[in-house]
Design a protein around this ligand. Structure first.
Ligand code: 5RP
Length: 252
């Protein structure tokens, strides 16, 4: 449709090599086709979701979308949306969100996700679980057989005695060869990364399959000191995947 064909990078049979960022943009533009005037829209966080926020602002400017209310999933997205003039609100004022569009770190065939490697998992989960439609936008590199087997599974924890919580998390997944690491900000003093909510993140790395995702998620949430985890189970309604051969929707 026209949203994809006008400004998005072309998917024609030209010898143009699409970058990963082009693919992210293609997925993002496709997702914004589902946004209609008057909707309350959850605005995701990350390098893929950023393109969707840009696109929504473009369409508002062009008058092709009207009366959108954006609910940002992070301070960063809030800033981006403000700078683009997108009207914003929050879940207190709009407890039901029509549609959310966000990226993901991993997507499995059952549309289970890992999110939060960018650190915004709590607000993302609050807003996306309040959404009638949750559209996930990814390039092909994010598709995995099993979530949790391909890198960090983030858990947001309160700073109070974080080490105690980290150790309990690691112990919980001893059977899966888990290593739990406090995320650092990469600054000079290697200080802890602090989320938008003033919390820390413990990243879990598994050597083996963690088994039932829902049971694993529930066990994490039962630990005192844990705020939220980055497994988004049974939440995505559609995943849009952009690859070299085109864009596809799951389910189609
Ligand atoms: C942030 C997230 C992001 O959606 C996820 O990290 C994907 O980011 P990107 O689009 O930059 O790859 O969950 O908390």
């Amino acid at each position: 449709s026209d949203a994809l064909s006008k400004d998005a990078p072309s998917l024609s049979l030209s010898p143009v090599i699409l970058t990963q960022d082009d693919l992210k943009k293609i997925a993002a533009y496709k997702a914004v086709e589902f946004v209609e005037s008057g909707m309350v829209v959850g605005l995701g966080t990350g390098s893929t979701a950023k393109h969707a926020v840009d696109r929504i602002a473009d369409l508002l400017r062009q008058g092709k979308l009207k009366n959108i209310v954006g609910i940002p999933t992070s301070k960063k997205t809030h800033q981006q949306a403000v700078s683009l003039g997108i009207p914003l609100s929050d879940l207190n004022a709009h407890p039901t969100v029509d549609i959310s569009i966000d990226g993901a770190d991993e997507v499995d065939p059952g549309l289970n996700l890992v999110k939060g490697r960018g650190g915004s998992l709590l607000r993302e989960k609050m807003i996306e679980s309040a959404s009638k439609k949750f559209i996930v936008i990814v390039d092909e590199t994010k598709l995995v057989k099993h979530v949790g087997a391909n890198g960090a599974m983030p858990v947001e924890v309160v700073p109070f005695c974080w080490k105690f919580t980290q150790e309990r998390l690691q112990k919980l997944f001893e059977y899966a060869g888990c290593v739990a690491k406090l995320r650092t900000s990469g600054g000079e003093n290697n200080e802890a990364f602090v989320t938008d909510n003033g919390n820390y993140i413990v990243d879990l790395f598994f050597e083996r399959d963690i088994g039932d995702l829902k049971a694993a998620g529930d066990a994490i949430l039962r630990l005192a000191g844990v705020v939220e985890h980055g497994m988004f189970i049974d939440m995505a309604t559609t995943v849009i995947v952009a690859g070299e051969l085109g864009v596809r929707l799951i389910p189609d």
